[in-house]
Design a protein around this ligand. Sequence first.
Ligand code: BG6
Length: 472
Amino acid sequence: MPKDFMWGGAVAAHQVEGAWQAGGKGVSIADVMRAGAKGVARVVDDAPIDGKIYPNHWGIDFYHTYKEDIKLFAEMGFKCFRTSIAWTRIFPNGDEALPNEEGLKYYDDLFATCKQYGIEPIVTLSHFELPLHLVKEYGGFRSRKVVDAFVKFSQVCFERYHDIVKYWMTFNEINNQAMWSDPHPMLQNSGLLLADDENAEETMFQAAHLEFVASAKAVQLAHIIDPTLKVGSMIAMTPIYPLSAKPKDVMMAERAMRYRYYFGDVQALGEYPAWVDKYWARKGYHVDITDADRAALKAGAVDYVGFSYYNSLTVEYKEDNPLYDYNEATSVVPNPYVPRSDWGWQIDPVGLRYGMNWMASRWHKPLFIVENGYGAYDKVEDGKVHDDYRIDYLRDHVAEMEKAVVEDGIELWGYTPWSGIDIISASTGEMKKRYGLIYVDQDDEGKGSGKRIKKDSFNWYKQVIASNGEDL
Ligand code: BG6
């Protein structure tokens, strides 16, 4: 890989930090999500209820253990570490006049610890952890007040950390809400709790629009505060294939791709693709977009595209959908040619190279793989974790990534697999869906010693980094 390639690992604040009330932190949406399970959605409460399990309250206690954990990352050879800033540590309710100094101080120390080991921090501003108050008071990103709150939060972060943090992303996996029929991403992306009579899809388009504006304003601010800052989008890249070569299946896949990735079009190119207006008109949707918004989008296009890659999807044309509308709940069918993880996620390394080429040729921006990993059950045997399945998954994906760079000429800044260390799963709230290269002795109820154990994948990844991707 290129000489300066950034190998590292990724986590998000709400999935690791715990300490949900420490240092003046406010309540985020993650703090009211109970534990779910495979196929069991996480219940969202109005406020935490005594006796119920909220796994993000404890995470893996990274708030207290970050010094030892970062030392382990350094031992693996990390050149960078991706995490997020918990918005509620900085603005506990999201709309205060002044930030919380104790929260700011925590990240001063965290980023300084990274630097001490020569690790570049890569920071997401909003990773599924909106202040709950912004959801209840303003309806999340339905409101322009929340745009202002995000821009202010971003400004405070850029001003405070710009000397130490050069790489930023605005909204994590902003396009997950394309699955608007599932309430989970709607809440995590945009802070939307839908009323029964609300049109989920129309509300999604409006909220996403305001996030695009918020993101674009943050990009512009970052460049004013410090022209050396690089601010990216964060797209969940899940390529969508046609089930067959039948022309209508191929057309259905094209429609699905343009729907799932118009988010990237707006953020990378600074404008909506033409089909969106036509689609809204046909559906009778009204989305409030001002001329000032359009100007902000143009001026605030991102510097690079950060993306996650876990799996691909497949669609087929159905007779009852002659206009090829994409609805992830009904359009997606299993791909008979790829295996699946224990959680049903399709395993498709070639899809990573395909997705990288698709994005690079569409958006003409540098790319950064900021998540890729394998959620699996791990077993500790004689104090060791033999996670060959994770090594196989990562090896196959890194090999495809390298082809995209070496053979296809794609500019890729780095690779941060999910996750350096075991974390709380975002979709299920489980601990046992483990992604880490470092095992954390803790169960779904937060019980355990918290001890860290290096998995076999730790040593494998160390050798990959040391050989700059030669020795897989
Ligand atoms: C991405 C998120 O969706 O995938 C992470 O950015 C998340 O926050 C990861 O943890 C894996 O998903 P899950 O639901 O298995 O934790």
